[in-house]
Design a protein around this ligand. Structure first.
Ligand code: 5GP
Ligand code: MN
Length: 335
């Protein structure tokens, strides 16, 4: 509440505002950022969204996308935006290292930093904090912040489409445990504003290339390891496979769920090699915490969905993961 009053005061006069999000932005990262972008522009501010890295094509239909600065494509503009900002909104992340190459540009900026996030264990870098790890998504939190500011009447179709996309992607299309009655009530409002839920689903989930499905088929045939005695399954994909199928950012979206969605499996993991790092996606159910496993690999996230990374080789990372599974066998088997 205190931070809502402070934010209202801050936004009472026109400001230069930068909005940013985590590297490799997903639907919630771009949805929440662009919803905030439209809202703040409507309040009369000068606003820019800076994405620290590029993001998948299936998010590029979102209203306002053409105005996003993609950091690596326009480094000077991205740095200048952070330097010259009065306020920086940090959406859908809570650790500055997730800004990748722009960590220091944001850290060193004199701007007032506003965090809106729902991941566990937030860092203490923001001046104003809107944080709720029970929220389905940062997009839902943007809706709540607008509501708390008493500005829900400003919501329009563009904002509603962005918020809807963030919530849809972070809740696994309203299936995950973070799908609350409040989420459905909010979505009802978004639909009343004109959101076409079939269009949003089509844009995000029905635009795959044939290579993507062949890649998924290959991974399930050749890269899936099932460890029934540990209630765990993982998919390990090396760089060659990425090359063979011409895989791009976003093409691995959802692949980890195949590992998790088998009978008796409580931990599913995807290993890929990206930008000289082994990237890991953890998904869990029951009593198993994905974020606890990710914490052992320089990462974190939510209880049931988390990410991590390793600078070691794919084989050594897998070995370390298998050792960790053995160490946590009691917990995994109890689930
Ligand atoms: P994904 O496996 O889809 O990359 O990540 C799953 C969830 O964990 C997402 O909400 C993502 O934002 C979050 N996540 C991924 N990596 C990290 C990390 O290093 N730290 C934190 N706090 N969250 C992460
Ligand atoms: Mn999110």
């Amino acid at each position: 509440m205190k931070d809502t009053v402070a934010l209202k005061e801050l936004l009472a006069t026109p400001k230069r505002i930068a909005i940013t999000t985590h590297q490799k932005p997903d639907g919630d990262a771009m949805g929440s950022s662009l919803a905030m972008f439209h809202f703040l522009k409507k309040l009369g501010h000068t606003v820019k969204v800076v994405a620290p890295t590029d993001y998948p094509d299936f998010l590029k239909w979102l209203p306002g996308n053409s105005e996003v600065v993609v950091g690596p494509d326009d480094i000077d503009m991205a740095k200048w935006t952070f330097e010259g900002a009065d306020i920086i909104f940090c959406l859908d992340f809570n650790a500055l290292k997730r800004l990748q190459d722009f960590e220091h540009a944001v850290m060193d900026s004199m701007a007032t930093k506003v965090m809106i996030d729902h991941h566990m264990e937030p860092e203490d870098f923001a001046d104003l904090v809107f944080w709720d790890d029970k929220a389905s998504s940062a997009a839902e939190m943007v809706y709540r912040v607008i509501e708390d500011l008493g500005e829900l009447d400003k919501l329009d179709l563009a904002m509603a489409e962005c918020i809807y996309t963030g919530v849809m992607t972070d809740t696994g299309s309203f299936r995950f445990t973070n799908t609350s009655p409040a989420v459905h009530r909010m979505v009802a409002h978004l639909m009343e504003l004109g959101v076409d839920v079939n269009k949003a689903y089509d844009e995000v989930f029905c635009n795959s290339s044939p290579e993507r499905f062949r890649f998924i088929g290959y991974c399930l045939n050749n890269c899936l390891h099932v460890l029934p005695e540990l209630n765990t399954a993982y998919i390990k994909v090396d760089r060659e496979v990425f090359r063979k199928f011409n895989i791009r950012s976003g093409d691995t979206e959802g692949l980890v769920n195949y590992a998790l969605n088998m009978k008796g499996i409580y931990l599913g993991v995807l290993f890929t090699v990206q930008d000289d790092l082994v990237k890991m996606s953890f998904r869990s159910r029951g009593h198993v915490s994905a974020s606890e496993f990710a914490g052992n690999f320089d990462g974190g996230g939510h209880f049931y969905a988390a990410g991590g990374r390793s600078k070691d080789t794919l084989e050594n990372t897998e070995k370390r993961f298998l050792e960790l599974l053995e160490a946590k066998k009691t917990e995994l088997v109890a689930s």
